[in-house]
Design a binder for this molecule. Sequence first.
Ligand code: SAH
Length: 464
Amino acid sequence: MQHFPIFLDLADRKVVIAGSGAFALAKLRLLLKTEARLHLFAEAPEADLEATATAHGVTLNRRAPGAADLTGAALAYGAHGEAEADARFARLARAAGVLVNVVDNLEGSDFITPAIVDRAPVTIAIGTEGAAPVLARALKTDLEERLPQGLGPLARAGKLFRARAEALPQGRARRDFWADYYFRTGPEVLAEAGEELLDHALEALLREHLNAEPEPGRVDLVGAGPGDPELMTLKARRLLDAADVVIHDRLVPAAILELARREAEFIAVGKEGFGPSTPQEQINDLMIRHAAAGLRVVRLKGGDASVFGRLDEETEALTGAGIDWSVTPGITAASAAAAAIGASLTRRGRNGELRLLTAQDVQGYADHDWRALARPGAVAAIYMGKRAARFVQGRLIMHGADAETPVTLVENVSRPDQRIVTARLGDLPATLAEAAFAGPVITLFGLAPAKAAAVLPALLEEFA
Ligand code: SAH
């Protein structure tokens, strides 16, 4: 991030705009939304500019600005639209220690003006660091359509009520009060009774919240999916958004943790690769301790919490401690990997049965019904299979599996660094060794990518 966004208090501050034409007019219009004291310098003002300045009581100085004109200014806008004049102005501003923006000149500017969605006091600033103004405008249009016009009045009334809401204890009680106001009571009152009654409604709501019993803490065990934040459920996102504490596996990527409140406490547990892992009792203890203190805990697990996730051990501990809990499903690595290779996990006439198996268990390599898996058409998703490849291959071939059976390995499913590697059962260990995977890998036994198969004939046709 080269440009750091902030919201600057311009009330009663001096802002200097220099220029005579359309550029200066655009800046003037924008700054008229603020409470700044505007100083306009235009040697030969165009009619529109002059009319707008006059209509809003902005003094128009019909000359080029001098050094003294910039003293004490908060911001300066070089809006001549002419390189030399703007450069001269920028030098003056910098000499006076004033941050300057030069229209249409990213390099010559100390700051840039974002695209703004104005629902004052709610203001959204969109910036692309000059990279894609078209994108910024598209985002602005999208947000303009999406945000209710009522947001302004709601926030204005809310702002006036902030001091009184401090009667509620800081933290969740106060957050719940505001969430109730902004998303439920406020919009209702605004629609039915109008802005004048918002203060009344806030007062009644505050009394209601002051008298309410505090909600007890709880734990929501949530599947985060395979890594792409877009593959999370809406419910997972909502729970994450309300969490006071997030206890997450190390598999959960930063892009997903970013979705939680910034004030939430984050605790990483579990293990990474074959590294040391947090003992299960310690994880249970962390969940119980935080929930018992009245906090809302999200226990965030990679994929689906119920697939090789030690879910029951955690829910049993919570039940034992008398703590309320729920489970929210997520997309497991097998589903995401099948999607990545465009193949179906089950298929009429091929396999009416799908196995999710782990190649490792607490004792070491896990044993399975190899005979059933060795049958033609069998499909299995093998979790934690990197190390056990040779063992799995040996067992399957011993039970009569065809060495030509397709096997697809997908590393970092759904993440930007996803990798798909195809193999045959016969060369599985060699392929694995060559691929040298560093991230988590799911093995789809009995499946080949449908996409590659479809692409090849199409290509051949094209070149025929
Ligand atoms: N609860 C998880 C599985 C946890 S076990 C789920 O439902 O997906 C950990 C194993 O899951 C890893 O060793 C790997 O085999 C698989 N896995 C999890 N996330 C993955 C990802 N993004 N890409 C590939 N494999 C993944």
